[in-house]
Design a binder for this molecule. Structure first.
Ligand SMILES: [Zn+2]
Length: 374
């Protein structure tokens, strides 16, 4: 990381584990008639040798952070999480909650209100401090975490939800790396960083969302109420160790995954074109941006990407000439295949657009390039 220090522990030793070269800002969608070229910026992941936090090296982009439509899978996961926390006794009967949400949208406050928790006033200490995919958006991880732990009232709990690094590594999700997302947490790194702030993990819940998300409950090390339910946390830590989330050689596997995945997508698109099969994309997601760019995909190979967000329709994907169109195009163009860039949307899109399969088309996972229908 050159002269720069770790975003969480200020350590200077570490390894560059993933280098995607120059990439466009994945959250700036240019107008469809903007010919480009779009500005590009280095996109690299660095692994701190001291605390184990995987992080974005530099970020010179100015994130636009549009609030998209929240996928049903995320909403379902939130409800599941709140129910599991309440059942495990991790939510007080009453009290105040401070929520640090994701700039991409979504809030757990309505769910928590049903559990008797009311929102805290600005800056007021809270019995429950919840960060829901928010922390990763802060360049200074140490300062952002310090702010959250300082909000936790005496005897209160800090809840952090994150896409787990072991899942990213296991599933080869190299394209989660994006500008504006400064940290990629393993439970191991987060526990180490929390310790620096005097917090210890008490409980963890695992969800299938994105291949593996974790909700970690932590509290002050001086606030121990009875025995901590450490076993779920221990299980995640042992999984981290098994996968090797702190090993730069293991994380460097993401670089190989990137090459193989991009080449696979390119070859698949060429094969569809040669066979005169119509293909559309679905989901103008940030993770599609580096994938399409690495795959050398343009509108000749992928004529359009459908997105339900009306704010994105009429724009194009960053770094390519592929336009973003409305879901009406699924019926109009009758594609043989729809490449789904966000696999968690499958249930939702199959229900919303039965016309795809009714016309003989199939949903194809853009990660694995296998058919998702049936
Ligand atoms: Zn560090």
């Amino acid at each position: 990381m050159g002269s720069t220090a770790c975003r969480a522990c200020y350590g200077r030793a570490g390894h560059l584990v993933l280098d995607l070269g120059e990439q466009p800002a994945c959250d700036y969608f240019p107008p469809g008639d903007d010919p480009g070229p779009d500005p590009v910026y280095p996109l690299q992941m660095w692994l701190c040798s001291s605390c184990g936090l995987a992080q974005l090296v530099a970020d010179s982009t100015v994130p636009e952070e549009p609030r998209g439509t929240e996928p049903a899978a995320l909403i379902a996961q939130a409800a599941d999480a709140v129910e599991r926390m309440a059942n495990a006794g991790f939510l007080p009967e009453s009290g105040v909650v401070a929520e640090y949400g994701s700039p991409h949208g979504g809030s757990w406050l309505p769910l928590l209100a049903r559990c008797g928790l009311i929102p805290a006033h600005d800056g007021e200490p809270a019995d429950v401090v919840l960060d829901y995919f928010g922390l990763m958006h802060f360049a200074n991880q140490s300062a952002a975490l310090a702010e959250r732990v300082a909000r936790v009232a005496a005897g209160g709990v800090l809840l952090l939800q994150y896409h787990a690094l072991d899942a990213i590594v296991r599933c080869g999700q190299w394209n989660v790396l994006r500008h504006g997302h400064y940290a990629y947490y393993s439970t191991t790194a987060l526990v180490a960083v929390l310790a620096e702030h005097g917090f210890v993990p008490r409980m963890a819940w695992h969800f299938e969302l994105y291949g593996g998300t974790v909700l970690l409950a932590a509290s002050r090390d001086t606030d121990l109420h009875g025995e901590p339910s450490a076993s779920p946390v221990q299980f995640l830590l042992s999984e981290d160790a098994r996968v090797g989330v702190c090993d730069p050689a293991v994380l460097s596997g993401l670089q190989r995954d990137a090459r193989a995945h991009a080449q696979g997508l390119h070859d698949w698109l060429v094969a569809q074109l040669s066979a005169k099969r119509t293909v559309l994309g679905y989901g103008a997601a940030s993770r599609a941006v580096s994938l399409l760019r690495e795959a050398g995909a343009d509108r000749a190979l992928l004529p359009a990407i459908v997105d339900a967000s009306s704010a994105k329709q009429g724009l194009r994907m960053p770094g390519t000439d592929i336009p973003i169109v409305s879901p009406a195009q699924l019926a109009a163009r009758q594609p043989d295949a729809v490449l789904l860039f966000v696999k968690d949307l499958l249930k939702e899109v199959r229900a919303a657009y039965p016309e795809v399969e009714a016309a003989g088309g199939r949903w194809v996972d853009a990660e694995a390039l296998d058919s998702l229908s049936g």
